[in-house]
Design a protein. Structure first.
Length: 252
């Protein structure tokens, strides 16, 4: 399984990256399967640099904040009005209310909204099997309903935190994963609100407790120096540690 970072800027697009979007690819049979974890503000344009977006098989949304889902509006336009013709609907998994939120974002009536372009499915606690991928979700700590996702494909396993404050649910989901892609929006030493985001140290402590093989810090807002977040994390995790950047790839 291959991970490509499409967007990793926290809370809004930054000068070097769009907001959250991560591409996972896995060969199976005679084709490559492709899924997206989130499609946040500005990410659809960058996605064109790596694949034809029409080759995406499904989208998994961690939650419904704009920096994680609002480029679904552009994806809707692409799939509906592409010169090659309207595209068949693909699955879009997300929290309850995803279809309604995205219709409102584009100014569409609730019916049909975007349901001709996307097959909206709600996380229900059961694993999702799609081609070679298995996706398991758990609710995490955030002001809106938000999910972390564990994706297995081939011999690799990745856990994506989505947006979350420190919580046992994320640690349990990440247990033994090859790679933890963890948000790190806050820095140590600030008056950080509770139950909202992780610091680099929080992410590192989660990675250590879960015994993951690699930690990749992401969702760092443009107002913070990524090196500071990295330095917050380093003392609490002794495995391979990276800060995400657009175009970075990882083979799992």
């Amino acid at each position: 399984m291959r991970l490509t970072v499409i967007g990793c800027s926290g809370s809004y697009p930054g000068p070097d990256s769009p907001a959250s979007c991560y591409l996972l690819e896995q060969e199976a049979g005679d084709r490559t399967w492709r899924i997206l974890l989130d499609l946040g503000s500005g990410a659809l344009g960058y996605l064109h640099r790596y694949i034809d977006p029409l080759a995406v098989d499904a989208v998994f949304l961690s939650h419904l904040h704009p920096d994680h889902c609002f480029d679904m509006s552009g994806f809707y336009v692409m799939r509906k009005y592409h010169p090659s013709g309207a595209q068949p609907p693909i699955p879009v998994y997300g929290p309850q209310g995803t279809s309604q939120r995205l219709a409102t974002a584009y100014g569409l009536p609730q019916q049909p909204g975007m349901t001709d372009e996307f097959d909206f499915l709600v996380y229900d606690g059961q694993p999702v099997d799609l081609g070679p991928f298995r996706v398991v979700t758990t609710k995490v700590e955030h002001p809106v309903v938000a999910y972390a996702l564990r994706v297995s494909g081939g011999d690799g396993t990745l856990v994506y935190s989505g947006d979350t404050g420190p919580c046992r649910a994320l640690t349990a989901l990440a247990k033994g994963a090859d790679l933890l892609l963890a948000e790190a929006s806050f820095v140590e030493g600030e008056d950080n609100p509770p139950n909202l985001h992780l610091t680099g140290r929080d992410a590192a402590e989660t990675a250590t407790a879960a015994d993951v093989g690699r930690l990749v810090l992401t969702h760092i807002p443009p107002w913070y120096d990524p090196q500071r977040v990295h330095d917050d994390a380093r003392p609490s995790y002794d495995g391979p540690l990276d800060v995400a950047h657009t175009g970075a790839t990882y083979e799992l």
